[in-house]
Design a protein around this ligand. Structure first.
Ligand code: GLC
Length: 539
């Protein structure tokens, strides 16, 4: 991408519907009554919030080993969520309210209960055998083919009959073999069938991991004794070929694709979303989510330090890639709890929830709101391993308590800080109802932010520049187009901080403290503000 275009949104010629959109993520089992009828019943609520689209996490039939990310039928709806007719009604009712519908496509793996996998295991000569990745034979079958670890624990290789198959996440999620052209055609045809039902786009699960290197080399082992090969897989040039083919197979549909860019660096993300040939419309990067993680080991109690967060966000904001923006999703502890760690009075918590929202929503990219975030929901808490649902946390609990690395109490403490179940507790609709009635609620603040994005070109298209205040606890930046400028400042601490208003920013756009900063040049604890300036015309 040309240097001058960096830091601006995707510069295609024709505007796309999603360029100024805000998208709401629904995790169906924890949204409303755990079914599609519940989602339909909340469409008015979402229209009131003002979002342009919903992303629905998997609704497919699944044994539920990974809460629906282990699909056993790509063309169905799990009975617990409803029927295909319910799904069609959902699409129709959403469209009536001008809300588009994006579904999750999990193309890297299926469930081990998918009929393709059953057939592949039952008959080594079946054409479905080649849909999966097999290595090793009788002679060298005693050891897995290489030292790759599965993301949810143990080896990435499991034995079925005489050979090993690859399951990058778990043995219940065998990886598909994208080198097989018949498989690729099946997947594209399946995606087209969903488009024919009226869906408006896809969130592509772990899409940067589909192209495996054929030689499956060993890597350096990490803390768990296993090697995490994601970076190496993501860098495989075959990824471009497969995505190009996928895009061509969907040509003619006006859709959006959001790729979960696991292990992608900025350079790869930039190439994948290059406006001259966008293979993906935007990507989710995870570098900001990894700040409090470990290089190879997730279960630690490190916190997110603001300087690191500012640095990582600035790097992606000023890079070229088209971005989906998020603080939360179903795989991450909620950012509010993650940054506060419970240390704030309830009123201040609401204020901080708004500051987080302001900081993200005025950046470059398409903001995603994870269900419950718009009412300031915090992490759910779990008393013991028997309360957990997440395969990753359950496996980690047993692995690390058995090995003696952590006591049970220590492991539960870490799971309550970092585990995925923390964000998967049901949306509190009583709380939402209360917020709908109240001026100044977190909900109404999100609604204002969405309106700003719809109204101001600078929010959508402005170049991002970090604004150095010299204050460790402030996150500030500017956005700029030829006509407009925006200044955003957010206090991430409870302390009051004086911050001179930069020259020319006379119009307050949004505040979580009755516009106090715009009047005084002082940010109260957890206060945020955005100020606007129209540039004088040069005519
Ligand atoms: C993605 C999903 C996550 C799932 C994994 C494997 O990261 O968001 O929930 O466990 O892929 O499908």
């Amino acid at each position: 991408m040309a240097e001058s275009e960096k830091g601006t949104l995707n510069t295609r010629k024709t505007p796309q519907w999603w360029e100024n959109a805000v998208i709401y993520q629904i995790y169906p089992q924890a949204f409303c009554n755990g079914d599609i009828a519940g989602i339909i019943s909340k469409l008015d609520y979402l229209a009131n919030l003002g979002v342009d689209a919903v992303w629905l996490c998997p609704l497919y039939p699944s044994p539920g080993r990974d809460n629906g990310y282990d699909i056993s039928d790509y063309d169905g709806i799990a009975p617990k969520f409803g029927t295909m007719d319910d799904f069609k009604r959902l699409v129709k009712e959403a469209h009536v309210r001008n809300i588009r519908v994006i579904i999750d496509l999990v193309l890297n793996h299926t469930s081990n209960q998918h009929p393709w996998f059953s057939e592949a295991c039952a008959d080594a000569n079946s054409p479905k055998r080649g849909y999966y990745i097999w290595r090793g034979g009788q002679k060298n079958g005693a050891k897995p083919p290489n030292n790759w670890g599965a993301l949810f624990g143990g080896s990435a290789w499991s034995k079925a009959g005489e050979q090993y198959y690859l399951g990058l996440f778990s043995p219940y999620q065998p990886d598909l073999n994208w080198a097989n052209s018949a498989l690729r055609r099946e997947l594209y045809a399946m995606a087209r069938r969903w488009l024919a039902l009226g869906v408006d786009g896809f969130r592509l699960d772990v899409i940067t991991l589909i192209a495996k290197p054929g030689d499956f080399p060993d890597g350096e082992t990490g803390e768990n004794g296993y090697y995490d090969p994601r970076g190496r897989i993501a860098a495989n040039p075959l990824l471009f070929e497969y995505l190009r083919e996928f895009r061509q197979a969907l040509a003619g549909y006006d859709i959006v694709t959001v790729g979960e860019a696991s292990a992608a660096d900025l350079e790869l993300a930039d190439k994948l979303t290059d406006p001259s040939e966008p293979l993906l419309d935007m990507v989710f990067s995870f570098e900001h989510m990894d700040i409090d993680g470990g290089e190879t080991f997730k279960w630690n109690d490190r916190a997110i330090a603001l300087p690191a967060l500012r640095r990582v966000m600035a790097k992606w904001q000023t890079g070229g890639a088209a971005l989906g923006l998020f603080w939360n999703n179903h795989d991450q502890p909620r950012m509010l709890s993650r940054m506060l760690r419970g240390e704030a009075a309830p009123g201040l918590k609401e204020r901080f929830a708004k500051t987080l929202a302001c900081c993200l929503h005025l950046m470059r990219g398409v903001p995603f709101i994870y269900q419950g975030e718009e009412i300031g929901m915090e992490n759910g808490r779990f008393g013991g391993v028997e309360e957990l649902r997440d395969v990753e946390a359950i496996n980690a609990f047993y692995e690390h308590t058995k090995s003696g690395r952590f006591t049970e109490a220590e492991m539960m403490r870490l799971i309550n800080l970092k585990g995925r179940d923390t964000a998967r507790t049901p949306v509190d609709w009583g709380f939402a109802e209360e917020q709908l009635q109240r001026d100044g609620s977190v909900f109404s603040f999100y609604r204002e932010l969405i309106q700003l994005r719809h109204k101001y070109d600078v929010v959508v298209n402005g170049r991002y520049a970090p604004y150095d205040t010299g204050e460790g606890n402030i996150f500030a930046y500017t956005r700029e187009t030829d006509e407009e400028q925006l200044f955003v400042c957010c206090n991430f601490s409870e302390e009051e901080i004086a911050l001179p208003i930069p020259n020319g920013f006379a119009v307050p756009l949004i505040s979580n403290n009755s516009g106090r900063y715009a009047q005084t040049g002082v940010l109260a604890g957890f206060e945020c503000a955005a100020l606007y300036a129209a540039k004088p015309s040069v005519a």
